[in-house]
Design a protein. Structure first.
Length: 292
């Protein structure tokens, strides 16, 4: 009996076992996110489903929404204003500019509200909070796939109509794919800031919508770079997305040129913005979650 008492006493005086998330350093956070990759997939799928669940059209709504900006943009800028398109049908020219821009724009708009959208899970369960903004770009990725299918169908239509395959088939398509990944990377570097502001100031997302529309007109989505006088083109390339859109269009259609120096500058700026965004998000993570 005495031995049992002594054993109990020794257990009662033992140091408490504290379980806490390991967040020291970038490598530790990356490992933590990798361990929670199934949760990342779950949040990504859930975010996409939230877009069409409860809608009368259901999942068809995902395919209907992308058609409107293509039809309106093609009619206004190609049909009415008759903007130049570097020798290719304007619809294809417009789509190859709008697809990467839409990926960037929607990633930011969906990502900005990620903490509010996932707050029920965030408050109940610990997981690396960086998973939330990463998962929030899933709807933009879904739209990107739909747009690429539409782009393929339009290209096939012009093969039937004009007997010309305007889309280049070859290694340059990998350049366009790389630009798509880079567009998401650029968007995430912005989202890491805006999602914190949105959690604290609910009007952030609405102001951001107007800002993104203005930003789109400073990006060569509707018009070719050749339309801008050479002495003023540097003003266009101050915008990091201008070189991304121009390179994506070159990779798909082979029109224009790859702006190597602006593209390299955009990459450096995006990496710096991502590093700053991860730091900002990490520093404000706890206080932001308390405000949800």
């Amino acid at each position: 009996m005495s031995h049992g008492f002594e054993g109990a006493a020794s257990h009662s005086t033992a140091a408490p076992w504290v379980i806490e998330p390991q967040r020291e350093g970038t490598a530790a956070r990356a490992v933590e996110i990798w361990r929670c990759r199934r949760l990342l997939w779950f949040l990504a799928v859930r975010t996409v489903k939230d877009m069409y669940e409860g809608m009368t059209l259901g999942i068809f709504w995902l395919f209907a929404r992308p058609l409107f900006p293509i039809l309106v943009g093609g009619f206004v800028f190609g049909g009415l204003l008759r903007l130049p398109s570097d020798g290719v049908p304007f619809v294809l020219f417009f789509m190859t500019g709008f697809v990467p821009w839409s990926l960037f724009d929607r990633s930011i708009l969906f990502g900005t509200k990620c903490l509010d959208q996932h707050k029920s899970l965030i408050k109940r369960l610990y997981f690396p909070r960086l998973i939330s903004p990463v998962a929030s770009v899933a709807p933009a990725a879904a739209y990107f796939v739909i747009y690429m299918v539409l782009l393929t169908l339009v290209a096939l239509f012009y093969v039937w109509k004009d007997g010309v395959l305007y889309v280049r088939v070859g290694p340059t398509l990998l350049v366009a794919l790389l630009m798509s990944v880079f567009a998401v990377f650029c968007a995430l570097s912005v989202v890491l800031w805006t999602c914190v502001f949105q959690a604290r100031h609910k009007e952030t997302r609405f102001g951001l919508r107007y800002f993104m529309q203005f930003w789109m007109y400073l990006t060569p989505v509707f018009y070719p770079i050749s339309l801008v006088p050479p002495e003023h083109r540097w003003l266009i390339f101050v915008n990091p997305m201008a070189s991304v859109v121009a390179t994506f269009r070159w990779g798909i259609l082979g029109v224009g040129e790859v702006p190597l120096v602006p593209l390299a500058t955009s990459f450096v700026v995006a990496v710096a913005a991502m590093a700053a965004g991860v730091w900002f998000f990490t520093v404000n993570e706890s206080s932001t979650i308390d405000r949800l």
